[in-house]
Design a protein around this ligand. Structure first.
Ligand SMILES: Cc1cc2nc3c(=O)[nH]c(=O)nc-3n(C[C@H](O)[C@H](O)[C@H](O)COP(=O)(O)O)c2cc1C
Length: 393
């Protein structure tokens, strides 16, 4: 089968069907102002990225003190619903499922980024930002309610897939990790207790979906950091238990990523677990030649633990590579992050709907220019010279 045929297969996500296997994962573009409102730039950005069966709008703050940057999108106020509905509409009008990632940075922020509000952390630890405050039990309940309220706003805006950000060292990861969660109460201590915040947040959003009468038209997912190295370590074993518990708490889909840095030791453990649990069962080879990044391997490992569909992400460069991941059973859906920022027509080109060649992401080092200085992204500059895209502002 051609890779376009593989990637064009629809896939069920809870009550929904994504029309193809490609996902645009959440990718912050820092184009809001301190009010967290959607701008025309966001609308144009998601319109030109059309093609993936599921587009998950970038990390959107559920609370102003949970912002990662002053220019992050927000879903903490009803005033933000109108703008968010413009994003859900452009995505749905182009045939994709509109999803949104609900985010709280916890201690991975600063007073400057929260516009002066003290960051909230599960426990004060070395590395907690200036002026951080440890969350009281009441703060925790309030924050879980804020996830539910933000989900209700997203549903009102027309989003159909609600994703909680439970990866990359942010608040949910901070609760999961014994390095950043030293709480003596029911939210910390044993692995079970450290998982409570994730599971309560999922249950509260699940409840909100039902309360809004959207159980048949909206799906719940979590981007779960399945493993991480210090400073927010999470063992792969605990990550897999969290994945199973997330499914039991109502997740219809699992978006697998890392929970923080992956050092060489953890990468070797992931490779070994992948070889033992997945590759050994026949469908995916364990060797480097297949180009499976650690995060793709984590997706494959999660797939052996849960029965809901799984999104894999990390280093997918070509449509053939993406199709190989689906065929090998590494993941049910494949997310293409930097590839889509580099060439917003990536999915349309991969699906054979646009015959022009993909302008590949250059994987710039030491950082992605899109992240730091979007106009300098070399792929976007090249697309502009070819007349395919407007220069990035
Ligand atoms: C510019 C940029 C912004 C990102 N923003 C988010 C985000 O908002 N939420 C999130 O979970 N991950 C975010 N990520 C991580 C991506 O979703 C993705 O997991 C990562 O880039 C690996 O996929 P790739 O190799 O296809 O780029 C971001 C990555 C980049 C490069």
């Amino acid at each position: 089968m051609q890779h376009a045929d593989v990637l064009s297969q629809p896939v069920r996500i809870g009550p929904l069907t994504a029309p193809n296997r490609i996902v645009m994962p959440p990718l912050v573009i820092w184009k809001a102002d301190e009010t967290g409102m959607v701008t025309d730039y966001h609308v144009a950005h998601y319109r030109r990225s059309a093609g993936p069966g599921l587009i998950v709008v970038e990390a959107t703050a559920i609370a102003p003190e949970g912002r990662l940057a002053a220019t992050q999108l927000g879903a903490w106020s009803d005033d933000q619903i109108v703008g968010l509905s413009r994003l859900a509409r452009v995505i749905a009008d182009a045939g994709g499922l509109p999803g949104i990632q609900l985010h709280h940075a916890g201690g991975s922020t600063s007073l400057k980024n929260t516009c002066g509000l003290p960051p909230r952390v599960p426990s004060l630890v070395r590395g907690s930002p200036d002026a951080a405050t440890e969350m009281s039990a009441k703060d925790i309940e309030h924050t879980i309610a804020s996830f539910a309220h933000a989900a209700r706003r997203a549903l009102d805006a027309g989003f159909r897939v609600i994703e909680l950000h439970g990866a990359h060292g942010y608040l949910i990861s901070q609760f999961l990790s014994p390095d950043t969660n030293r709480r003596p109460d029911r939210w910390g201590g044993s692995p079970d207790s450290r998982r409570s915040f994730l599971l309560e947040a999922l249950r509260s959003v699940r409840h909100e979906i039902s309360r809004a009468g959207r159980a048949d038209s909206a799906a719940l997912t979590v981007r779960l950091g399945l493993a991480a190295s210090p400073p927010s370590s999470l063992s792969l074993e605990e990550g897999c238990v969290a994945a199973i518990a997330a499914e039991q708490a109502g997740a219809d889909l699992l978006d697998v990523s890392h929970g923080g840095p992956i050092d060489d030791e953890l990468a070797s453990q992931i490779a070994a677990s992948f070889a033992a649990n997945f590759a050994a069962k026949g469908s995916g080879r364990a060797d480097e030649a297949d180009g499976w990044s650690s995060t793709l391997r984590l997706a494959a490992i999660a797939k052996t633990a849960v029965s809901v569909p799984v999104i894999g992400v990390g280093g997918i460069r070509t449509p053939a590579h993406a199709a190989r991941a689906v065929i090998a059973g590494i993941a049910d859906l494949v997310a293409v992050g930097r590839g889509t920022l580099a060439d917003p027509a990536w999915a349309r080109k991969a699906l054979g709907l646009d015959e022009r060649p993909i302008e590949p992401c250059r994987h710039c080092e030491p950082h992605c220019y899109w992240f730091k200085e979007a106009p300098r992204c070399p792929a976007r500059k090249r697309l502009a010279t070819k007349g395919e895209q407007e220069p990035v502002a």
